[in-house]
Design a protein. Structure first.
Length: 556
């Protein structure tokens, strides 16, 4: 019996030694091999790094009115594993937040995750009401929501910043790197239950830079209103307007119609309303292009404003017939009258007999057509030049056919004519907070004396019973040009479809603004002098009064 007891004691002692040996080995393994991973796990359980979002810079107009800014919002998310009554909680959350119940229920019943969005960037007041319900599994954190307080004003120019505050279109995209801030972070200490008990360190977020535009929201809003009325009156497809300061190249307004509320960008995008046609779309300019032909001939001293030509109603150029808009007998016209009356035959005659193909090509290049202006906006088109020149090309390009341009190209060219022949690169951004703004590029298109002659001739288009008489503004001299271009299709020009244009400079003696208006596919009338010129007069009249530009001639 005593021998049995001793055996059991020895066995128990052996087992004890084995257990203690195992524990010691386990301790040694944990203290060496597993030390680093376990220390990291312990740190993760007691410490947490939280990202601090950076505010996006505000976009201001020229007078300091915010056009795009960040507003405080609250993101609501849920831990589905902690939800006790999905249907009931989904109904409560959807009702308070004002959203549909089905997506909320889907978030609350998501499997295999501890995180699902209920609503990104909800209104803080609604999120606060929901937080007071203490629904199991619901959590909240603050975010910034991009808003556009002026609604439709400059919507196509501003573009859009998405739910993650990244620029997706327009200036929001072009200036995304400047507007985007640098996120910060903070390290918090937590108790064993995961509750925050202290903040160990904080690295503050750096907000994005503010941007100040050349756009004036009042000038912009007026241009948009005039375009809406013009599109409605003429049952047009769309319309575009640009107001430019010729002395600086600053764009005071860049408007399109139809427009949309910038806060509803996704819906507008689906309807195809979000593009900025003033920069991206090309079209045949028609007679507004004649300043290239006539300006080039004047600068080469091949003609003067008084040089006259005997002009029939129509002429043959290779395989095509060029004729004037209105039937008339053969008559003699000066260069000034050719521009004033917008004679196609006269412009083609000057191009054929004076400039020639090589000369016309060179002046198209000098005026800047066929290449981007470099405006600070994404997606600018360079326009379209003829891919090759046939015998009839010299019969259509001088009058703005067979060549396509953008509205901003045309506005900048007429800006140069208004600015004593000096072209200044058009731009939408005046300056960025804390960033040195380089001077816009500039180049001379026409000698001062020649530009003065061309500007005087363009005054005659409006004041001397020319095609732009409807652009007159009481008390102000106006210089400008009409354009009426038939739209090309797959098989030649499309009957009944035109683009009507007027570009004017006012006051003509020392232009303060250049205003371009184009109306696409108007119905009932289609001449630039009938459709676009009155819209120019309305826009320019407001601008002159708003900018307090004094009249330069007596009211008739």
């Amino acid at each position: 019996m005593k021998r049995v007891v001793n055996s059991r004691i020895r066995l128990l002692l052996l087992m004890t030694l084995v257990v203690f040996g195992g524990l010691l080995a386990r301790e040694a393994w944990i203290a060496t091999v597993r030390a680093a991973p376990l220390a990291a796990m312990a740190t993760a359980q007691t410490k947490a790094t939280v990202a601090l979002p950076a505010g996006r810079g505000t976009i201001f107009d020229a007078v300091g009115t915010p056009l795009a800014l960040g507003e405080q919002a609250t993101t609501v998310y849920v831990d589905p594993s902690a939800v006790t009554s999905p249907k009931k909680e989904a109904m409560t959350a959807a009702r308070i937040l004002g959203i549909k119940r089905k997506p909320v229920l889907k978030a609350l019943t998501t499997q295999g995750t501890h995180f699902a969005y209920v609503e990104r960037k909800a209104p803080p007041d609604k999120a606060s009401l929901l937080a007071k319900r203490n629904l199991p599994g619901f959590h909240f954190y603050g975010e910034e929501r991009r808003t556009y307080p002026q609604a439709s004003v400059a919507a196509q120019v501003l573009g859009y910043a998405g739910v993650d505050n990244n620029g997706l279109a327009g200036l929001e995209l072009e200036l995304n790197s400047q507007l985007t801030g640098t996120p910060g972070k903070e390290t918090i200490l937590r108790d064993p239950f995961g509750n925050a008990i202290d903040v160990q360190s904080v690295q503050p977020a750096k907000p994005g830079k503010d941007v100040f535009l050349t756009i004036d929201h009042r000038i912009q809003a007026n241009a948009e209103q005039v375009l809406r009325a013009t599109v409605s009156k003429w049952h047009a497809k769309d319309a575009t307007a640009i107001v430019l300061d010729p002395r600086t190249g600053g764009v005071l307004a860049m408007a399109t119609a139809p427009d949309y509320d910038a806060n509803a960008y996704p819906q507008a995008f689906a309807k195809g309303l979000t593009g900025n046609r003033a920069v991206s779309d090309v079209y045949e300019p028609g007679s507004v292009f004649k300043v290239v032909t006539i300006g080039g001939a004047l600068a080469e001293h091949l003609v003067t404003p008084q040089t006259s030509f005997l002009l029939p109603y129509s002429i043959h150029v290779a395989d095509r017939v060029v004729h004037d808009a209105e039937i008339r007998p053969t008559e003699r016209m000066t260069v000034a009258q050719i521009l004033q009356r917008s004679s196609n035959v006269g412009a083609v005659t000057i191009a054929r007999t004076k400039l020639g193909e090589s000369g016309l090509k060179e002046w198209i290049r000098r005026f800047g057509f066929g290449r981007q202006t470099g405006i600070d906006f994404p997606g600018e088109s360079a326009g379209l030049l003829p891919s090759y020149w046939s015998g009839s090309t010299i019969g259509n390009v001088p009058i703005g056919q067979g060549i396509s341009v953008t509205a901003i190209q045309l506005a900048s060219v007429y800006g140069a004519i208004a600015n004593k022949g000096l072209w200044i690169q058009p731009h939408l951004v005046d300056h960025i907070q804390g960033v040195r703004t380089p001077a816009p590029k500039a180049r001379r298109i026409l000698p001062r004396a020649i530009d003065r002659e061309l500007l005087s001739m363009l005054k005659g288009v409006v004041s001397d019973a020319g095609t732009g008489a409807a652009a007159e503004i009481p008390g102000y001299s106006v210089a400008g040009k009409t354009g009426t271009a038939q739209k090309p299709g797959a098989h030649g020009y499309m009957p009944g479809q035109y683009v009507a244009t007027f570009i004017g400079m006012v006051p003509a003696k020392s232009p303060r603004v250049v205003v371009l208006v184009t109306v696409d596919e108007p119905r009932g009338a289609y001449y630039g002098g009938v459709v676009a010129a009155p819209a120019f007069a309305q826009i320019a009249t407001f601008d002159l009064q708003y900018l307090e530009v004094p009249p330069d001639q007596p009211v008739k």
